[in-house]
Design a protein around this ligand. Structure first.
Ligand code: HEM
Length: 123
């Protein structure tokens, strides 16, 4: 597949020719502009750049994500800009309710070992 740079994408920012980047892939969404349920103006504002964050912030549905495939024209030379929202979701889901984290467990075990050692020596 062809790889495009951000400069290539910047050449396509009109309603007659509109490219954008989402998750490391380049999409030609010209024919989708009028169909977009969120309006064509929001897509135009996000065109010619890495729109991953804009796309993720809206919380697009899975069917919206599947629609993307239809418009892919190439890969983005800048790669996937790891989305802030997905990162936040991943860290909050792994952190919430899991009790003591692994990072805390080691110093805690060391303290316990020291206490036992001291008790043993005092005998
Ligand atoms: C080619 C990429 C895109 C596709 C295929 C797409 C598709 C869709 C679809 C199917 C919806 C209806 C709701 C849903 O199913 O999630 C939607 C809503 C929306 N989209 Fe997009 N979208 C794209 C890019 C963008 C971008 C770059 C923005 C920029 C901010 C954007 C902003 C919105 C907004 C504001 C709504 C309305 C949300 C609401 O009414 O709650 N979309 N989009």
């Amino acid at each position: 597949m062809v790889t495009y740079t951000i400069d290539d994408c910047k050449q396509h920012v009109s309603d007659k020719d509109c490219w954008l980047v989402v998750h490391g892939k380049v999409y030609d969404v010209t024919s989708f502009l009028e169909e977009h349920p969120g309006g064509y103006d929001v897509i135009l504002t996000s065109s010619g750049k890495d729109a991953t964050q804009d796309f993720e912030e809206i919380g697009h549905s899975n069917s919206a994500r599947e629609m993307l495939n239809k418009y892919q024209i190439g890969e983005y030379a800048g790669g996937d800009s790891a989305p802030i929202t997905a990162k936040a979701a991943a860290s909050s889901s792994s952190g919430a309710g899991s009790g003591i984290s692994f990072g805390l467990l080691i110093p805690l075990l060391l303290i316990l070992a020291a206490v036992f050692f001291q008790l043993y020596l005092k005998k």
